[in-house]
Design a protein around this ligand. Structure first.
Ligand SMILES: [Zn+2]
Length: 149
């Protein structure tokens, strides 16, 4: 059974950034500065220091799905997570705008524009429909009459 890890993105997101406190510097010489932070961001800027303001990125809560395997119900065979993300000082201007970060726990994450993420949503909907069909095929092949919606 797949598990939805978290699906608690803020519903009150606006395009107007907030001013929030951010801790900048090394632990022995840190100072608090105020930065613009998008309303979707849940990063602990005020308690987890960055060396420089340019190192600050913004991210929403992460949400995702985990896929266990019948061979080991205590482990996760696959996982996929996503969050809204922006890195305002990144050299690549595409990273500066809010976009969707999708990761699977590997070293490389996928960064999607909202338009590209829309395409992914369509592909995932088609995947879930085909997954539903595969479930029906497996049940019938096993002789089960129980059909779940
Ligand atoms: Zn932020």
């Amino acid at each position: 059974m797949s598990t939805t890890v978290q699906a608690a993105l803020k519903a009150d997101v606006t395009s107007t950034p907030r001013l929030v406190a951010a801790l900048i510097g090394r632990p022995s010489r840190s100072q608090t500065v105020f930065i613009e932070c998008p309303s979707y961001c849940t990063e602990p800027h005020g308690s987890e220091p960055e060396i420089a303001v340019e190192d600050i990125s913004h991210a929403s809560e992460m949400f995702g799905v985990q896929v266990p395997t019948m061979f080991d119900p205590n482990s996760v065979a696959l996982e996929l997570f996503a969050r809204v993300y922006a890195d305002p000082a990144h050299e690549d201007e595409r990273m500066r705008d809010a976009h969707i970060l999708v990761g699977d726990g590997s070293a490389e994450d996928a960064h999607l524009t909202p338009a590209t993420a829309d395409e992914l949503v369509s592909e995932l909907r088609a995947f879930t429909a085909q997954l539903g069909n595969a479930i029906q095929v497996a049940r019938r092949a096993n002789g089960s009459q129980a059909v779940a919606a």
